[in-house]
Design a protein around this ligand. Structure first.
Ligand code: NAD
Length: 424
């Protein structure tokens, strides 16, 4: 397979540069004209808001929040909201563009967006988080909308934040509008299967990739970095398919067991322990860095971006990397991983199960109807398998890695739609 030289290696890449490098490489292969290139590369809207919040001790703290709409060419923009101290405009821009490419890869009628607030949700009370979420929603009344821009959970947010968001938005419009946000609790119009959807998509794409690589799940081992929404569901579903999960981790550290971690026990422990693995006794404590370079067949980075970089790529021993997180591999590390012959199922394909079931949630809200879990799972599994095959075919047609192939499939779809619609 051919490979395109990445940009000169710098000390530190940021996620936006990594995304742009891959976009550029795929656009060159596709021979995208200059006008379409310019349109697709630039976010269509970037919003920065300052949100003064009264904390529980009575003091006011100002939080900076962002929403970036990268594209609405394929339909209303879609993308999660992240609460994390590391949130920056550059990061949100990259994540918004990834949403455009992700929706296009799985062929759902959405553009891409992302939002974030720089905060530490683990140190905030429920009341503070509610006030922050409502203030952010208030600042985005004109941006959000079921036909305009539809948020969802991401790192540091979950169904409760989505419920507050829906309520605040609905109050402003004088009626319940549950299609404004996805990832809601079931009773508020959430979809069966949404909570585990991203992890399930990771499992489905891992199994298809293993089949292509002639790896037997029952004889394969795995490590999962990050044990939040994506990581814990991916781990348990992969364990159910026969893989032995030797290592798991979260922000407090990593846990390793040569006989396999009991994932259900780890999930119960995390739930009883304020959603962290700190003190988990089902494995020996190792560092997150050791986990990434451990002796396993399948590595699932499911925590955050830029964890596989030029610093550690050379030491990775897995045969297959399935990217549960967005942007876990830097563009410069791509080259090293590729030359080592490691197969990568890229983020915009591997973690697209979440947005696919978000789309189903929105469809159900608009229909005023509920699908069964079986229907949701069957349809999302099919969409992911079809997308995988399309990307795999592009690796053959264009002689490129899965990463560049996924961008080719996505950019081709958005560019064709843009050119058919014309400039408006
Ligand atoms: P989450 O907040 O539920 O979980 C994140 C997990 O990563 C937590 O266990 C946290 O402790 C851990 N973590 C944080 N920093 C870490 C570090 N340095 N080392 C190891 N672990 C660390 O978030 P999530 O929703 O599971 O999202 C994880 C990733 O998946 C993000 O990149 C997100 O953008 C992506 N993603 C999420 C969804 C979704 O539906 N939730 C969909 C697509 C992609």
């Amino acid at each position: 397979m051919a490979y395109i030289e990445p940009a000169p290696i710098k000390d530190k890449e940021n996620p936006f540069e990594s995304m742009m490098f891959r976009f550029h490489a795929a656009a060159e292969i596709l021979g995208l004209d200059d006008e379409t290139y310019e349109v697709l590369k630039s976010p269509s809207k970037q919003i920065i808001v300052n949100l003064p919040i009264t904390m529980d001790d009575g003091k006011k703290v100002v939080f900076e929040g962002y929403r970036v709409i990268h594209s609405d060419t394929l339909g209303p923009s879609k993308g999660g909201i992240r609460y994390d101290m590391g949130v920056t405009l550059d990061e949100v821009k990259a994540l918004a563009a990834w949403m455009t490419w992700k929706c296009a890869v799985v062929d759902i009628p959405y553009g891409g967006a992302k939002g974030g607030i720089r905060c530490n949700p683990r140190e905030m009370s429920r009341g503070e988080l509610e006030r922050l979420t409502r203030a952010y929603t208030g600042a985005m009344y004109d941006t959000f909308g079921p036909d305009q821009d539809i948020p969802a959970p991401d790192m540091g947010t979950g169904p409760q934040e989505m419920a507050w968001l829906m309520d605040e938005y609905s109050k402003a419009h004088g009626k319940t509008i549950n299609g404004v946000v996805t990832g809601k609790p079931l009773v508020l119009g959430g979809s069966l299967g949404r909570v585990e959807a991203t992890g399930r998509g990771v499992m489905v794409s891992a199994l298809v990739a293993m089949e292509k690589l002639k790896m037997n799940p029952a004889h394969s081992t795995c490590a999962v970095q990050g044990f939040g929404n994506v990581g814990n569901h991916a781990a348990v579903l992969l364990e159910d398919r026969g893989l032995k999960i030797l290592g798991i981790s979260d922000h407090t550290g990593a846990y390793w067991n040569d006989n396999g971690i009991d994932i259900r026990k780890a999930i119960r422990y995390r739930e009883a322990n304020n959603f962290t693995l700190e003190g988990f006794d089902g494995g020996e404590k190792i560092s997150n860095e050791e986990l990434l370079i451990s002796e396993v067949d399948v590595l699932v980075p499911a925590a955050k971006e830029d964890v596989i970089t030029i610093e550690n790529a050379e030491k990775i021993k897995a045969k297959l990397i399935v990217e549960g997180a967005n942007g876990p591999t830097s563009a410069n590390a791509d080259k090293i991983i590729y030359e080592k012959g490691i197969q990568v199922v890229p983020d915009i394909l591997a973690n697209a199960g979440g947005v696919t079931v978000s789309y189903f949630e929105w469809v159900q809200n608009r229909l005023g109807y509920k699908w069964t879990r079986e229907r949701v799972n069957r349809r999302s599994d099919r969409i992911l398998k079809e997308a995988f095959e399309k990307v795999f075919q592009a690796t053959i047609d264009y002689n490129v890695s899965m990463r560049i192939a996924s961008y080719i499939v996505a950019i081709r779809k958005v560019a064709d739609t843009y050119n058919l619609r014309g400039c408006y």
